[in-house]
Design a protein around this ligand. Sequence first.
Ligand code: HEC
Ligand code: HEC
Ligand code: HEC
Length: 427
Amino acid sequence: MKKTTRRWVAAGVAALAAGAAAAAWVVQPALAPVAPRAAGQFDTASVARGARIVAVGDCMVCHTAAGGRPYAGGLPLRTPFGTIYTTNITPDTATGIGNWSLEAFTRALRRGVARDGHLLYPAFPYIHYTRLTDADIGDAYAYLMTRAPVQAKAPDNQLVFPLGFRPLLAGWNLLYLRPGPKPDDSARGAEWNRGRYLVDGAGHCASCHSKLDPIGGERSPAFGGGNIDGWDAPALTALLRAPKPWSAEQLALYLRHGWSPEHGAAAGPMAPVAHSLSLVPPEDVKAMATYLMSLQDAAAPSTPPPAAGAKDGADAARIRQGGTLFAGACAGCHSEAAPMMVAGGRPPLGLSSAVAGPRPDNLIQIVLAGVPWSASRSATFMPAFAASLDDAQIASIAAYVRADIGKRAPWPQLERRVTEIRKENQP
Ligand code: HEC
Ligand code: HEC
Ligand code: HEC
């Protein structure tokens, strides 16, 4: 992931609202440093379990800079309030968490507090990791403490005034943090409870798949659909309304392999999530799918494609132009007869949420950036078109794909959206 925008916190507003009640959050004691333990002192079974917690939690995705060493931090997260850098969570004692006790590590995940007592920004999704059990936190600790220590200090954050002042985060915590694991719901089975635990806790799926309020708190309903790094993270509560309604089996397949034959590929910020989930036991991913399917409105019918609205002359001309461009640039791979579609068993583009969804963002992003080579799956490569197609051409292709392949009503203001997304993608 190049950058991860978390529109977390204008915490000042929250702190003012919360007033004195936040004081209890502001004052957090420093916890004593401990001497690092040799890797051999950790139980190997615990380390192996910890690897899976850390995979579900995507810790490496955020805590590794482009081209950097794993877990050494330094990845810039761009937010409307400035840039914040992930920290080094390797067991280096000078620049990492090498002298953090398990107690300090647990407090960071449960309450968003660093070992020395300073409050951490919610760009670190501790409001989800707080749900982790003591046992799982202990295993994640064992795993991270047995990684190679790397000496690397994260660059200083560049935040708009007054957000560099961390005590303001106390107000945010008061509003949004409900620390600690949730008890199982006794009315539900073990698989559902396991799924909820993984999705709401380590998986922190709602942090991308929910809308955020202006100070970065997740809005309800959870999983109602969000936006991240200029990509649409579709609602996870409308999976039965896709052109082909999702089943639990397809969902599990998509989450583990980053691809489903009825729905297409996981792209953009979802690609590393699916990659991490390929390292998790299949029964855990199945449990996540079971929980997610229980959030669907069972009565919701799959939407029949609405008849495309009457096209005015300009629309029709644009769609025709898009069709010509598609034939040259895309059809070699995406037409129904293309070898990739036939041999790879790939879904027609119209089944993808990038084409059938309410917004054009993901289609535009995929065309701009392409799909990188994947070592685990052969034949998953799509070239980037950012340099070879201009905004008007990409808008025409999107209009054509939407109308003639997706058979959906047109997206408004396509060309303007392409221009905006290109601009937002600039580093
Ligand atoms: C969405 C990105 C993101 C993910 C995913 C993430 N972190 Fe972080 N983490 C951050 C950021 C950003 C900070 C720094 C916050 C700050 O400086 O206030 C941080 C800070 C931390 C800290 C405090 C370190 C210090 O030196 O103060 C710990 C410990 C930590 N993360 C552990 C984890 C673990 C364990 C996981 C996986 C379960 C994880 N993180 C996943 C973004 C992330
Ligand atoms: C870093 C942000 C991020 C996180 C975390 C994340 N997702 Fe996603 N997800 C996305 C984006 C963006 C897309 C759209 C990209 C695409 O369809 O290729 C997506 C797509 C999906 C889709 C396909 C939906 C559709 O209608 O096509 C599913 C299902 C999904 N995510 C489930 C999950 C689950 C379950 C988790 C937690 C384990 C999760 N996501 C965590 C960003 C995220
Ligand atoms: C060299 C072959 C190739 C070309 C050319 C190509 N694509 Fe792709 N495209 C792919 C592959 C491979 C994927 C990922 C599918 C997968 O992983 O299963 C993909 C995915 C997509 C997706 C996401 C669908 C999904 O699975 O969710 C869209 C939308 C898309 N392409 C549109 C286009 C458009 C529009 C063009 C022309 C501008 C284009 N592609 C050109 C190979 C190609």
